[in-house]
Write a protein that binds this ligand. Structure first.
Ligand SMILES: [Zn+2]
Length: 107
C-alpha cells in the first residue's frame, strides 16, 4: 500500500442496490455501480483504463443500469486491491486501491 493512500476500512457488496461500497480510513466513501465498475475492468481485453471517473450513483440509477448482476464475488488481493469475479466468470485482474480511489476521489 502506498504511504499516502488511506487504507480501505470497509468493502461491502450490495447486490440489491447493484453497487460496491468502499469506506476509506480518511472518511471518504466510494460507491461504484456494478455496470460502471465492470466497464472499468483492468484487464487488457476490456481496456477499462480508458475510464477516468465513476460517478457516485443516485438511488434511482439502479433502474437505468443495463445489467442485473446477481453473483458478484469480491475478494481482497492482499494489500494490492480487489479481485472481482462477475456473473459470467470474468475476472480480469486486480482493481488496485489507488485506481479505485482515483475513479471516485473525494469531492
Ligand atoms: Zn476484463
Amino acid at each position: 500500500m502506498d504511504d499516502d493512500l488511506p487504507a480501505p476500512e470497509l468493502v461491502e457488496v450490495n447486490t440489491k442496490l447493484q453497487r460496491l461500497n468502499i469506506e476509506w480510513a480518511d472518511g471518504h466513501a466510494s460507491v461504484f455501480p456494478f455496470d460502471a465498475l465492470r466497464q472499468a475492468c483492468p484487464c487488457t481485453e476490456c481496456q477499462g483504463d480508458e475510464i477516468e471517473r465513476i460517478t457516485k450513483p443516485s438511488f434511482f440509477d439502479i433502474f437505468w443500469q443495463k445489467n442485473r448482476w446477481k453473483d458478484v464475488n469480491v475478494e481482497k488481493a492482499g494489500s494490492l486491491g480487489l479481485r472481482i469475479t462477475w456473473d459470467d466468470g470474468h475476472s480480469g485482474g486486480i482493481y488496485r486501491w489507488r485506481r479505485l480511489r482515483e475513479l471516485q476521489p473525494p469531492e
